[in-house]
Design a protein around this ligand. Structure first.
Ligand code: HEC
Length: 168
């Protein structure tokens, strides 16, 4: 009995210690390392490891606003790296992730559009990793997706981003 009690006590100390250590070494919101170039890993990251719904909205933008085509009504979330880049009005830093929820008819979630900046991934097109998921989390497309790049290239000077002119 005594051994069991000691065992439990040790287990508690170890887990509290580990949690404490994680909090000591990681900045807020980024407890999990950023995902690699892999659609399932990115989905796991943005839904479980560091859920995008806890991120900030794009500054000055609300939820489910009427978007320009090809989008419908959208909510756009930015992680800390992206938010800081917007604040300093510079192109997105390495590790920036932008997640846009699209709602058809302004009501029904239909897709997630993701841009993830990975230094060295695709220098001729802003180093963006492009992903689109359906509502089951299945990647419809992922990679150096030509269709995404062709259209977003209109905004090349703004780091391929439409939402708002933020690059000085
Ligand atoms: C025909 C043009 C077009 C295509 C193709 C397109 N987009 Fe977009 N995208 C837009 C526009 C316009 C917006 C801004 C909508 C608004 O804020 O009104 C946008 C917004 C976004 C955003 C929010 C950040 C930003 O750039 O403003 C993400 C993320 C995104 N698109 C990802 C994708 C992905 C991934 C693909 C390919 C699967 C894709 N887009 C294909 C035009 C396009």
């Amino acid at each position: 009995m005594k051994n069991l009690f000691l065992g439990v006590l040790v287990a508690i100390c170890v887990s509290v210690g580990a949690a404490y250590a994680i909090h000591q070494t990681s900045p807020a919101e980024t407890y999990a390392p950023l995902p690699g170039i892999q659609a399932e890993a990115v989905y796991r990251y943005i839904t479980i490891e560091d859920p995008y719904t806890n991120w900030d909205l794009w500054p000055g933008k609300g939820k489910m606003f009427k978007a320009r085509p090809p989008l419908d009504h959208i909510t756009t979330y930015v992680n800390d790296n992206a938010l800081n880049s917007i604040k300093v009005e510079r192109k997105m830093a390495n590790g920036s992730i932008i997640v846009t929820e699209n709602y058809t008819d302004g009501k029904k979630l239909s897709a997630l559009f993701v841009m993830y900046k990975i230094r060295g991934y695709n220098p001729p097109a802003g180093d963006w990793y492009w992903l689109q998921y359906d509502t089951n989390g299945k990647a419809v497309v992922a990679g150096k997706v030509e269709a995404c790049i062709e259209c977003h290239a209109k905004m090349k000077e703004n780091d391929y981003i439409f939402t708002d002119k933020f690059v000085k």
